[in-house]
Design a protein around this ligand. Structure first.
Ligand code: PMP
Length: 461
């Protein structure tokens, strides 16, 4: 057994990592050959690796480090809470101050009558809670046949069996026997890839109306809920046409099916509002939260539930819960994160400074020969790479080949920008300053140029 020290050479760390550490969403054999980049420290929006490189993190980790890295206040709060009460459960008629205070704070920030919080350890767990909660809700209302949850293809709602089933990622469904029964997927509002000759507005209406068609085909008495991300994140930062959400809301209201807004990415300032639902005028019955709730400093998620749904669930015992539901240290860290977001007016910074400047720069990327469309809402953006802008063509090579090359160029240029297929996506910390936006754009453009040159040389264009 080797002792890992701060001075251990990168190759040795990589070899030990390859020998024992199974990475999520990774072809581990391939990574073992190449060696994982070892991240050692982070501050603000910048990561440092074991070779001393400074990397601009335009993904805020996994869309989560909203307040940026290196905030000592959160470390201090965690240490204090660990000393005072490191753990206690909330199952058996007990509670504790961090859980009470955090639930109250979330209820205050959440729109409408979303005043009730069921805590989980992650977004996946929270969506598993949602599956059971909406089915149980309808059963308690005397309609147990309402168990189908409608979701969307190319949605991401987590990686557990339940939440992975809600998600519409075919590559995930191919492994491990997903989806579970009574989950139905309709098409996504991705105009760039699937809009054909329709205008974005007509296409948005058509895709929303697929929800109504599905309800009618499956039977109103069978459908419990519709779940969707306000802006699809992991699917490629797909921003629906403006016509989409008002139509979806109308359909949910008409058929009285519960609307679950998965705010795991969109929540806590990413769109410039506390929640994406506020930005897009959606009235959910339940919101899924995680990530930005603690800015990723501690694992915590939850379901924020309307008074109506919560009052029905409260009628009897809900046989559901996690050891770490409302974990006191995670809850205390989340509270401190929310205090910083609020007191430092970070949403104001997004709305007035960072998002407008980033939007101007980001949208200018369409001038690049590889970029077909540039989409951005608040601090989450995407560009579609294409060999032919006018026809919105896909590359002849397997989807993702060019996106991967572009991502590799970004990483080599010390920029974390992800690819989803042949879309490049960003979701930087909300504290990003204008000069950091300039740096991000410089590195992105250099990487796009290098990618362009490489695919031309490789005959992929
Ligand atoms: N929902 C959405 C919209 C997400 O983006 C994610 C994570 N990327 C999840 C749920 C799952 O969250 P977690 O990884 O914390 O389980």
């Amino acid at each position: 057994m080797s002792t890992i020290t701060n001075h251990m050479p990168t190759e040795e760390l990589q070899a030990l990592d390859a020998a024992h550490h199974m990475h999520p969403f990774t072809a581990n054999g391939e990574l073992a050959q190449k060696g994982a980049r070892v991240i050692t420290r982070a501050d603000g929006v910048t990561l440092t690796d074991s070779e001393g490189n400074q990397i601009l993190d335009a993904m805020a980790g996994l869309w989560c480090v909203n307040i940026g890295y290196g905030r000592d206040e959160l470390a201090d709060v965690a240490a204090r809470q660990m000393r005072e009460l490191p753990y206690y459960n909330t199952f058996f008629q007990t509670t504790h101050r961090p859980a009470i205070e955090l639930a109250q704070k979330i209820a205050q920030l959440a729109p409408g009558d979303l005043n009730n919080v069921f805590f989980a350890g992650s977004g996946s767990e929270a969506n598993d809670t949602n599956i059971r909660m909406v089915r149980h809700y309808w059963a308690l209302k005397g309609k147990p046949s309402k168990s189908i949850i409608i979701s969307r293809k190319n949605a991401y709602h987590g990686s557990s069996v339940g939440s992975g089933s809600l998600g519409g990622m075919s590559a995930m469904h191919e492994q491990g026997g997903l989806p579970i029964p009574d989950v139905h997927h309709i098409n996504q509002p991705n105009w760039w890839a699937e809009g054909g000759d329709m205008s974005p507005e007509d296409f948005g209406i058509a895709r929303a109306q697929e929800l109504e068609q599905a309800i009618l085909e499956l039977g109103e008495d069978r459908v419990a809920a519709f779940i969707a991300e306000p802006v699809q994140g992991a699917g490629g930062v797909i921003v629906a046409p403006d016509s989409y959400w008002p139509e979806v809301q109308k359909i949910c209201d008409k058929y009285e099916i519960l609307l679950i807004a998965d705010e795991v990415i969109c929540g806590f300032g990413r769109t410039g509002e506390w929640f994406g639902s506020q930005k897009l005028d959606i009235r959910p019955d339940i919101m899924t939260i995680a990530k930005g709730l603690s800015s990723g400093y501690a694992p915590i998620g939850g379901s924020v539930v309307s008074d109506e749904v919560a009052s029905v669930i409260a009628q009897s015992e809900f046989n559901h819960g996690y050891t770490y539901s409302g974990h006191p240290v995670a809850a205390a860290v989340a509270l401190e994160n929310l205090r910083i977001l609020e007191e430092e007016n970070i949403l104001g910074h997004v709305r007035d400074v960072a998002a407008p400047y980033l939007k101007e720069k980001w949208e200018s990327l369409v001038a690049h020969p590889l970029v077909g469309e540039a989409k951005i809402v608040g601090m989450m953006g995407s560009i579609a790479l294409t060999p032919h802008k006018e026809s919105r063509a896909a590359f002849a090579a397997e989807t993702g080949t060019v996106g991967y090359i572009c991502r590799e160029r970004c990483f080599a240029n010390n920029l974390v920008m992800r690819h989803v297929g042949d879309r490049m996506i960003i979701s930087p910390p909300l504290i990003l300053k204008p000069e950091e936006i300039d740096m991000l754009m410089d590195r992105a453009l250099t990487s796009l140029d290098e990618c362009y040159a490489q695919i031309k040389a490789d005959g992929l264009l």
